[in-house]
Ligand binder design. Structure first.
Ligand code: ARG
Length: 588
């Protein structure tokens, strides 16, 4: 179902300023009205400054003309003042602000339009590697990708979650050979104790295989033969490989369940899926003159990027021995997602170290004609998770940090904090809240950081009750719910748009009105931290409102109007936290 939504007040002010520009200077009809929130009035427009420069007149004079031409007839704008060098300080009518609260509260989407309707967005994220432990880097792609999938989904996009599992490569031949020669080594989930996952067992077996491969030439020969058998489709070898993939998927699924992300088994489309498209992909690249022969290998020479030797950087389409690698698969993948899946937008969520890889893939896809102007493609790059000490995150022994262990620790930490605040909660209630808030804390710490930055995985900071944390936001939501319970506000409050409007109510209402605007921004710049920042500001606006405006004890119509603000705040926080992949418990 598509929805046109409710035009935010900011959008209505911007439209009014645009109309004034047309009246004053018809030739400048396309100019940006440059409307922002302001601390001097509700909104501010800086349009006069750049315009005055263009038409060669004093900005204050142009500002005055714009102010005089601003249409106040529809009752949204109550007052406009010209200040300084031509800024317009614009104040809204109280009635218009209350009307926006009422309209959003009455709409199940809180007035947010389905701007992504009809767009197919393929989001490539998580993508751990078979027979290897998921590491903290995979935590980031999983959390960021999940949030983007939720935001795009809410905005009406047809989201395809693509979990591009690393499930193919010569290493599997070696691993299979080793496993077959060591039937005594367990790696199936049911043979392992609860703390060991099949991927961590497989990871160790792979390391042992690698060591034997380097030390024992006879094993190396048998392993190589096994690679050939796997690639040639030998039934026993392929069956073994499938079993390894299935066991790994089980282990990844356990992490996804714990994290509460949207990924399901149906979303696994591993690298191997593209095997039978690789040859035709290469042929097409050669036929269209994009890929060339280089000493027997097939490569694409970049026209945009040169290496330190001033030579074009190379994308390896097919190796000299006829083998295919990571580059080849990603070429087949982008071709498939465009030609067969008809994607309108492609997102690849991986760490920033893969920036060059994707730049080269996108360049090749453009040159060969798969990627056209109509299709938007982005590498959604992110920084590294560092340890609490600011150094790369490793265990004391220098190993990979187990994700499950981290999540356990986060939940335990939050449990202690919540138990202290609520001595009357039962153990079962505590467990539920600790899990929701612990996972939420980890996700929020990630999503509230600007994506490209590195950040420290610091559980003490993440689980603080005050400050910009997930726990703080969940508490803020639970507090609103508690007031609504005390007010016995079971049904939607009726807003009296003629009621008075206190400054703190005004701030809160304007913040609530900006929710759809921030979601649109997240979809444009692919930065969930804007949503996190928005929710934090909203929670703070609510706190100020709560401290200055009694709700339950107020007289009508203030009481109902304030309950309406509480209800809209609760729903906005719940929906917004949900789009970060976080639970919003009613009690904490
Ligand atoms: N499996 C890769 C890794 O663990 C990530 C794959 C990302 N997606 C892609 N289409 N290349 O680093």
């Amino acid at each position: 179902m598509s929805s046109a939504g409710i035009v935010p007040l900011l959008g209505r002010v911007a439209a009014a300023v645009s109309e004034a520009i047309v009246r004053v200077r018809p030739e400048m009809a396309d100019a940006d009205p440059v409307v922002r929130r302001s601390d001097r009035a509700d909104f501010q427009s800086n349009a006069a400054l750049p315009l005055a420069k263009k038409v060669g007149m004093p900005p204050a004079q142009l500002g005055g003309e714009l102010a005089a031409s601003l249409d106040l007839a529809d009752g949204v704008i109550a007052d406009v003042q010209v200040s300084g060098p031509g800024f317009l300080n614009i104040s809204l009518a109280d009635r218009a602000i209350w009307a926006s609260v009422a309209a959003r509260l009455a709409d199940e989407r809180l007035g947010v339009p389905t701007t992504e309707n009809g767009h197919r967005v393929v989001i490539d994220y998580s993508a751990p590697n078979v027979a290897k432990e998921m590491h903290v880097g995979h935590l980031r792609t999983t959390i960021i990708g999940d949030s983007l999938a939720r935001v795009f989904g809410f905005l009406g996009a047809d989201v395809v979650r693509a979990n591009h599992l690393g499930d193919w490569g010569t290493q599997f031949g070696m691993l299979i050979q080793y496993i077959d020669e060591h039937p005594e080594s367990p790696w199936h989930t049911e043979e392992l104790d609860a703390d060991t996952s099949s991927v961590s067992a497989l990871d160790s077996l792979y390391k042992a295989a690698r060591a034997q491969f380097d030390a024992d030439p006879a094993f190396a020969d048998r392993a190589r033969a096994r690679v050939v058998a796997l690639q040639g489709g030998d039934a026993d070898t392929v069956a073994r490989w499938r079993e390894i993939v299935a066991e790994s998927e089980k282990a990844f699924g356990a992490i996804y369940d714990r994290l509460g992300v949207l990924l399901t088994p149906d979303d696994y489309v591993g690298e191997s899926f593209y095997n039978d498209q690789l040859a035709e992909t290469v042929t097409e690249l050669i036929d269209k003159g994009v890929a060339v022969d280089s000493d027997g290998a097939i490569v694409v020479l970049s026209e945009q990027v040169t290496g330190p030797d001033d030579q074009p950087v190379v994308l390896m389409v097919r190796k000299r021995d006829g083998g295919y690698g990571y580059d080849s698969t990603d070429l087949a993948t982008i071709r498939y997602r465009i030609a067969s899946m008809h994607a309108d937008r492609l997102l690849y969520v991986t760490d920033s170290r893969q920036a060059l890889h994707f730049q080269l893939i996108f360049e090749a896809a453009r040159r060969v004609g798969w990627l056209t102007e109509a299709i938007q493609v982005d590498h959604v790059a992110y920084g590294t998770i560092l340890g609490p000490d600011g150094k790369p995150f490793k265990t004391r022994a220098g190993g990979t940090v187990r994700l499950m262990g981290l999540l356990d620790e986060a939940a335990a930490r939050v449990r202690a904090v919540v138990a202290e605040k609520n001595p009357d909660l039962s153990a079962a209630e505590l467990d539920t809240i600790a899990e929701q808030a612990g996972i939420g804390a980890v996700k929020y710490a990630d999503l509230s950081t600007s994506r490209v930055k590195d950040y420290s995985f610091d559980l003490d900071r993440m689980t603080m009750l005050n400050g910009n944390t997930g726990v703080y936001l969940q508490y803020a939501h639970a507090r609103v719910c508690s007031i609504l319970r005390k007010a016995h506000a079971a049904t939607q409050a009726t807003v009296d748009t003629a009621g008075p409007l206190e400054p703190a109510e005004r701030e809160l209402a304007l913040a609530l009105d900006g929710y759809g605007t921030v979601l649109a921004e997240v979809a444009e710049v692919l930065e969930p931290h804007r949503l996190a920042g928005y929710l934090y500001d909203l929670a703070r606006a609510y706190t100020t409102f709560y401290d200055t405006c009694p709700v339950i004890a107020a007289d009508e119509p203030m009481r109902s109007n304030r309950i309406a603000l509480c209800q809209l705040t609760a729903r906005t926080l719940e929906l917004g936290l949900g789009q970060l992949g976080m639970a919003a418990p009613q009690r904490m």
